[in-house]
Design a protein around this ligand. Structure first.
Ligand code: FES
Length: 116
């Protein structure tokens, strides 16, 4: 899917439990929305697509955490996902999680990692 390593953002752009960074991933010639967040010190990234209905999770761009800052939440109907795995934790995701995107933090940057 991802053919080339590239910078998504600076490490400092991702603050624990705060706003995520939105970016695009080229998948079979089509740009797909994705996002990265920081949780328990580590960066995680997922395709920005709810498993209930394929819409982006953040109605307000970059707002992926719920009020507790412990869960990712879909702003449409409130499905909850685990920030560290994307696993569905409740609501209309009904056991289906988010799809992870391979990222790595290196030299103060967050990088999209090729997986082909
Ligand atoms: S679209 Fe995400 S919970 Fe319904």
């Amino acid at each position: 899917m991802v053919a080339q390593e590239r910078v998504i953002c600076r490490s400092a752009d991702l603050v624990e439990g705060s706003r995520g960074v939105r970016f695009k991933v080229m998948v079979y010639g089509k740009e797909e929305p994705a996002f990265a967040i920081r949780f328990h010190g580590r960066v995680h990234a997922y395709f920005n697509r709810c498993s209930h209905v394929p819409v982006e999770l953040d109605c307000r761009p970059g707002e992926f955490f719920d009020d507790s800052k412990l869960y990712l939440i879909c702003s449409m109907h409130g499905a909850l996902y685990a920030p560290e795995s994307g696993r569905c934790l409740g609501g209309r995701c009904q056991g289906r999680g988010l799809i992870p995107v391979a990222v790595e933090e290196r030299d103060d940057f967050v990088l999209l990692i090729p997986n082909e």
